[in-house]
Write a protein that binds this ligand. Structure first.
Ligand SMILES: NC(=O)c1ccc[n+]([C@@H]2O[C@H](COP(=O)([O-])OP(=O)(O)OC[C@H]3O[C@@H](n4cnc5c(N)ncnc54)[C@H](O)[C@@H]3O)[C@@H](O)[C@H]2O)c1
Length: 289
């Protein structure tokens, strides 16, 4: 795909994986609008990357539909169109742990960003993209955790990402069926350890959705513990270059793949054993087996 002259929107693009997507898009010649809730980091990122091409930032809270609507109005007022939409902003659920120790506010916060945020972003932008009648792509960021199989101590997060994957599959099928010029894709970040702000996602949790019983992160949910778990299981635990990851997503898009991201072939054997278990009515294995 020729990205020159394309307008790309990346939610949650101020840091982490989203920033890697922004770097890749600018490298390939696209103009980028980043929407992010963290204004300070957003402004820093925009000024750091502005020498690479056309990039600007807009404060956005994907969990607030008025904010998403204002974000879209801003872009359609300024850039006039959107060719590539990356619904990437996401959070964890507040420490994880035993499913019955999660609180309803963990569900509310996580789903407000990961599920309602992604759905709201797509529902706001996609009709405008379709009305433009020009080719476009919608990319949601899911996770192997939930999109493929749950990590049991991340039950809420996994449920949110299962929703993202299911929604995006349905979307892609319906877009294909309607012969729209816009396609949908799901991105599974991976390839090793992703040293991003996801591990401190609580920094963006609103007071109104705070836990009722505050507690330290549950065992197994810090970055260091997750790294140790991966190493124990013999899974890739090297830290991934996020700019490389962003570039890999664009290469997969170039190839017309539905699922974007590195090492997706490693999910094959796990999904086969999940299918076998499900067909026998048994409990399927988890992402960590
Ligand atoms: N890090 C991982 O291991 C991993 C693995 C698989 C999937 N993911 C997914 O990748 C995506 C990016 O996460 P990351 O790891 O880069 O974390 P990150 O915290 O570094 O980046 C997330 C970005 O989203 C922004 N954000 C948070 N809440 C927001 C809101 N309400 N509105 C707008 N912006 C908001 C944050 O400010 C941040 O810039 C998420 O959807 C995450 O679930 C991450």
């Amino acid at each position: 795909m020729d990205y020159h002259g394309k307008i790309a929107v990346v939610t949650g693009g101020a840091g982490g994986i989203g920033r890697g997507l922004v770097v890749a898009l600018l490298t390939r010649g696209a103009s980028v609008v980043i929407g992010d809730i963290e204004t300070t980091v957003l402004n820093e990122t925009v000024s750091e990357l502005s020498s690479m091409g056309q990039v600007r930032g807009v404060r956005l809270d994907v969990s607030d539909s008025a904010s998403v609507e204002a974000f879209a109005d801003d872009i359609y007022g300024n850039e006039g169109r959107v060719d590539l939409l990356f619904a990437n902003a996401g959070v964890t659920s507040g420490g994880g742990g035993l499913p019955w120790e999660q609180e309803i506010n963990d569900w509310r916060w996580c789903f407000s960003v990961n599920v309602f945020g992604v759905a709201g972003t797509v529902l706001t932008f996609l009709p405008r993209m379709l009305a433009a009648g020009t080719p476009g792509e919608v990319i949601t960021t899911s996770s192997g955790d939930g999109g493929v199989a749950p990590v049991p101590h991340a039950s809420v997060y996994a449920a949110s990402k299962a929703a993202v994957s299911c929604f995006t599959e349905a979307l892609a099928h319906q877009l294909q069926k309607s012969e729209a010029k816009v396609g949908a894709h799901v991105f599974y970040p991976g390839g090793g350890l992703l040293d991003t702000g996801l591990w401190t996602a609580q920094r963006n949790r609103p007071e109104t959705l705070a836990r009722v019983k505050p507690r330290p992160p549950a065992p197994g949910t810090t970055f260091a513990e997750f790294k140790a778990q991966l190493e124990q299981l013999g899974l890739p635990a090297d830290i991934v270059d996020l700019d490389w990851l962003g570039m890999k997503v664009l290469e997969d898009l170039d190839e017309g793949k539905f699922i974007l991201g590195p090492n997706i072939e490693k999910f094959g054997p796990l999904l086969h054993s999940r299918a076998d278990a499900i067909a026998k009515g048994e409990l399927p294995p988890t992402l960590l087996h």
